[in-house]
Write a protein that binds this ligand. Structure first.
Ligand code: UT7
Length: 309
């Protein structure tokens, strides 16, 4: 049996940090409101000349270095993004060139908004299990700061820029155990960018809490496991209250949840690989542990995956 294992992680945040107090100067809001409603204290914004592929490149280089491989061993690149450099070519093709990868393997983007990283990881896993790829770079990268409507205080305070990457490799040892993905286009008006982000926050909130615990339950049930078997829940980082509600439904204490939303804001497809890399580098995530990732985003799309580290 072939599995895919994560053999390296990396992440990158743009240098510029924007605090809630910085936002108070340009929007009718307050640090206390943002923290109490979302858990966010600060976020990073890309420089004017920094593109999504640049953030992806920095995160990827770190993941490739951590994996101890040479970039040319990568035979598939999938970039989950909802803020590509341009309409085409894909950010994945641009990234392939910036990394100097000349292997000629396929590179493409995946668009599932905040669910993007889970969708991309599952797709990469299918390529590996199907024998079509051996070493895959999966990236979540976003520059959402350029999609914010500064006249809409209910959304512009929530998002940030960043990138995270993982290198997956074919292995006989279990890695990605299983995943479940869902979409329901009937809810597409609840959260969209056209081209600026707009959202019915309360409806998204209720929908998110329900489908996230449902999809994590599905994955646990598929594997005969319970919430208490999860060592680390690494959720999409949109709102601390959604994260807490999901953990509670699973019977997990917050001591088993990786939380980065306070420092990163909502970085859409980048939030899970950013959080994963944070917890790998600070030593919380260890070999042999069960990691559950989950996300929900515009579309609507949602999914979860169980990973044996
Ligand atoms: O990644 C994809 C998924 N996205 C999400 O998960 C986001 C889901 N939704 C949320 O996280 C929350 O709904 C929000 C953080 C967006 C909003 O929190 P809320 O508790 O649902 O607040 P609300 O929309 O009910 O607004 C409460 C009050 C309103 O004032 P009134 O009508 O009660 O007088 C808003 O006008 O807060 C006001 N408000 C603000 N006040 C200060 C809205 N935005 C702001 C703001 N600063 N930025």
């Amino acid at each position: 049996m072939i599995y895919s294992r994560i053999i390296g992680t990396g992440s990158y945040l743009p240098v510029k940090t924007v605090t809630n107090h910085d936002l108070e100067k340009i929007v009718d809001t307050s640090h206390d409101w943002i923290v109490s409603r979302s858990g966010i204290s600060e976020r990073h914004f890309a420089a004017d000349d920094e593109k999504t592929s640049d953030l992806a490149m920095h995160a990827s280089r770190r993941a490739i270095e951590a994996a101890g491989i040479s970039a040319d061993e990568i035979d598939l690149i999938i970039v989950a993004t909802t803020s590509p450099d341009q309409l085409f070519p894909s950010t994945a093709c641009i990234l392939q060139d910036k990394l100097g990868i000349r292997s000629g393997g396929p590179a493409f983007d995946m668009q599932a908004v905040c669910g993007g990283f889970v969708f991309a990881l599952n797709t990469a896993d299918m390529y590996i299990r199907g024998g079509q790829a051996k070493t895959v770079l999966v990236v979540g990268a976003e520059v959402l700061s350029r999609m914010l409507d500064w006249n809409d205080r209910t959304t512009c305070v929530l998002f940030g820029d960043g990138a995270g990457a993982v290198v997956l490799r074919a292995s006989e040892q279990p890695g990605i155990i299983s995943a479940k993905l869902h979409s329901d286009g009937r809810h597409r008006e609840m959260l969209k960018a056209d081209p600026k982000i707009s959202m019915d926050g309360q409806s998204v909130f209720k929908f998110a809490v329900k489908v996230l615990s449902d999809v994590v339950d599905e994955v646990l049930k598929d594997n005969g496991l319970q919430g208490s078997d999860i060592n680390w829940l690494v959720p999409h980082q949109a709102n601390i209250r959604i994260i807490e509600a999901t953990a509670k439904k699973l019977g997990l204490g917050m001591a088993n949840v990786v939380v980065t939303v306070g420092q990163h804001g909502n970085t859409s497809a980048a939030s899970i690989p950013l959080a994963l890399d944070t917890a790998v580098r600070d030593g919380r995530i260890q070999t042999g542990q069960n990691i559950m990732i989950e996300a929900v985003g515009g579309g609507f799309t949602w999914g979860a995956a169980l990973i044996r580290w």
